[in-house]
Design a binder for this molecule. Structure first.
Ligand code: CA
Ligand code: CA
Length: 132
């Protein structure tokens, strides 16, 4: 709104308004998951399958073999034979986007979610080296 108010005031009258896609308004697609939904889902999966609590899914967790192999095939990005939280999270985001491409109306955006396990950089925040 500010940009267009500024244009009305300072631009020649035939100058066009800016109509940008608002990044915060996404068309409704029933059943689509938000980043928050994905995070909760991944937390549930990890809590359910990660029996030894090391935040990795691997054969130690006594998963059903077929399910484990499928997960490794789909989600084990670094090929170390286990799926950590962020690999599972990225996998869930991919799955969500495949679903959206199939079922959501055209124009419905894909979802891009950072792995919630990695603390975000905060400008001006102190890191451990400064604190110590
Ligand atoms: Ca584990
Ligand atoms: Ca891995």
């Amino acid at each position: 709104m500010c940009e267009n108010a500024w244009r009305v005031e300072y631009c020649p009258s035939d100058y066009t308004m800016a109509y940008c896609n608002c990044p915060f308004t996404i068309p409704e697609c029933p059943g689509a998951w938000s980043c928050e939904d994905i995070k909760v889902h991944v937390e549930e999966i990890m809590a359910y399958y990660d029996l030894n609590g090391d935040n990795n899914l691997n054969p130690d967790d006594l998963m059903n073999d077929n399910h484990y192999e499928l997960l490794v095939e789909l989600c084990d990005v670094n090929n170390d034979g286990s799926i950590d939280f962020c690999e599972m999270h990225a996998c869930a985001v991919d799955t969500e986007n495949e679903w959206r491409m199939e079922y959501c109306p055209e124009g419905f955006g894909l979802v891009y979610c950072d792995c919630p396990m990695v603390p975000p950089e905060c400008p001006g925040a102190w890191n451990c080296a400064i604190v110590i």
